[in-house]
Design a protein around this ligand. Structure first.
Ligand code: GAP
Length: 460
């Protein structure tokens, strides 16, 4: 059974993962906030990506770039001229829609974003596609997605600034500084987690498409001629991030090649993920960007961005292979991937279990005293504090029956629960229960963190 988006939306709200931005004012279109558990999960996902892309490798360094970049960067990058979607307007209500989305929703074709404005108009006319309000549509026009503001003492042409349309531009403009200061030779990569902003028009798919989001990118710099080999390498390595490292089911992932290439790419493939009942949709993009970016920034800045090969003294502009993933989409995919509803004997209600791997679980362990009285709550608190001081994100829950507390922790994906009882006080032992097997084991208090740590390493 495919999980519905609505199930995930309700789950995430109920458990404090995701809230609409400014909810008390009715929300703000396509902008979301992350509650305590959402923040922990998001950080764990980013850390997993960092482990896989940076820490486990010796050819990638990470940087952090500012949100504001010199406006010329966006001219050079091609975003001011070419970063757009095709929109059509309802001729009566004047509401605007993405033309490709209307065509796709009408079931006429998939990936309608590959059509030119003329082709789009033709498909709309031939199939008599109307607006969602049933009115005729205007012809398709380009609409720029960059979000702009003003920086400085006046509000005029000279102070226009753009929020990043894609996070990675800092990497291109800094590439030579990073290469020289970190004394790297080609091939090597620069990774970054950065905010991106897009004035998206179709905004009805929860955190799948938002106007503000983070991208986790790798830009891998190679000698011209070596880009195709590295492109294949990174496609494979990125796929394994999901299947081998995070434990995603390979049936939920597939590669899709772009028919129409974005202005900077020589080849582009997406890794699509099956977002439950929404079906397969783009999770991340892998782009063979050639020397487009290094060339554009050399021309526009007038600076020599060529690499000098230390062995041959040859100088050239490096080619770039990019992998780019939205953190919101990664988070949404993880919720679909690990959400489970199980039927339980003697209960009408399903048992909801989020089967996060240990590295992703927001809480690694929950401490549950059997009773609040007789010093059990104090003992539980002591265990909880000691674990937290060791850097283990633990939860403590004193409210409700032990069965209810197990259910709550299962629902938020806590892999381990520890019960503190009278034997804990007399013998110094606790019961530890595993979320997925529901098996229980009696262990010494001192062994809890070692036990968890061994599980952590088992995940690698
Ligand atoms: N630097 C390349 C780049 O930005 P992209 O295909 O436009 O390429 C890369 O975006 C990834 O960023 C996408 O695969 C998706 O995961 C994420 N992304 C793009 N637009 C998004 C949006 N409006 N909301 C959430 N994530 C988005």
């Amino acid at each position: 059974m495919s999980i519905k988006l609505d199930t995930i939306v309700k789950y995430s709200h109920r458990n404090g993962f995701i809230f609409p931005s400014s909810e008390i004012y009715g929300g703000y279109s396509a902008v979301y906030d992350f509650g305590p558990l959402g923040k922990l999960l998001k950080d764990n996902l980013v850390q997993a990506w960092r482990n896989w892309m940076v820490t486990f490798r010796d050819d990638v360094v990470e940087i952090e770039g500012a949100i504001f970049l010199h406006p010329k960067v966006w001219e050079a990058s091609g975003h001011i001229g070419g970063f757009s979607d095709l929109l059509v307007e309802d001729t009566i209500t004047h509401k605007r829609y993405r033309a490709d989305h209307l065509i796709e929703e009408a079931g006429i074709m998939e990936n309608a974003d590959s059509l030119s404005p003329e082709e789009t108009d033709k498909v709309i006319q031939e199939n008599n596609i109307l607006s969602p309000d049933g009115n005729p549509l205007s012809s398709a026009k380009h609409f720029n997605l960059l979000v702009s503001t003003h920086l400085g003492p006046t509000v005029d042409e000279s102070t226009v600034a753009y929020l990043k349309g894609e996070a990675c531009q800092n990497i291109y403009v800094n590439w030579k500084l990073v290469q020289e200061t970190s004394r790297r030779q080609l091939p090597f990569g620069i990774a970054q987690l950065g905010k991106a902003f897009r004035n998206e028009i179709t905004v009805k798919q929860y955190i799948f498409r938002t106007r503000e989001f983070e991208q986790i990118d790798l830009q891998f710099f190679v000698k011209p001629g070596e880009e195709d080999k590295w492109y294949e390498f990174w496609k494979d390595y990125r796929y394994k991030f999901y299947t081998e490292y995070l434990g995603y089911n390979s049936a939920n992932l597939k590669f899709r090649q772009h028919e129409k290439l974005v202005f900077y790419a020589k080849d582009a493939w997406d890794i699509d993920y099956k977002f439950g009942a929404l079906g397969f949709k783009e999770l991340e993009g892998i782009h063979n960007r050639t020397d487009y970016d290094t060339k554009q920034h050399s021309e526009f800045s007038g600076k020599d961005l060529r690499y000098r090969d230390p062995q041959t003294n040859e100088q050239y502009l490096p080619y770039i292979v990019e992998t780019s993933l939205g953190v919101n989409r990664l988070l949404l995919s993880s919720l679909f991937e690990f959400y489970n509803e199980e039927s339980v004997a003697d209960s009408k209600e399903a048992r909801i279990v989020m089967k996060f791997p240990y590295i992703l679980a927001p809480y690694k362990i929950a401490i549950l005293p059997l009773m609040k009285k007789d010093g059990l709550a104090e003992e539980a608190h002591q265990i909880y504090t000691n674990l937290r001081k060791k850097g283990i994100i633990a939860d403590i829950d004193l409210a409700g029956s032990i069965g209810k507390r197990y259910r709550r922790q299962d629902e938020i994906g806590t892999p381990w629960c520890v019960t503190v009882d009278y034997e804990t006080l007399s013998e110094g032992t606790v019961t530890i229960r595993h979320r997925d097997t529901m098996e229980q084991l009696r262990i010494d208090i001192e062994d809890i963190s070692a036990y968890l740590n061994s599980e952590t390493f088992a995940e690698f």
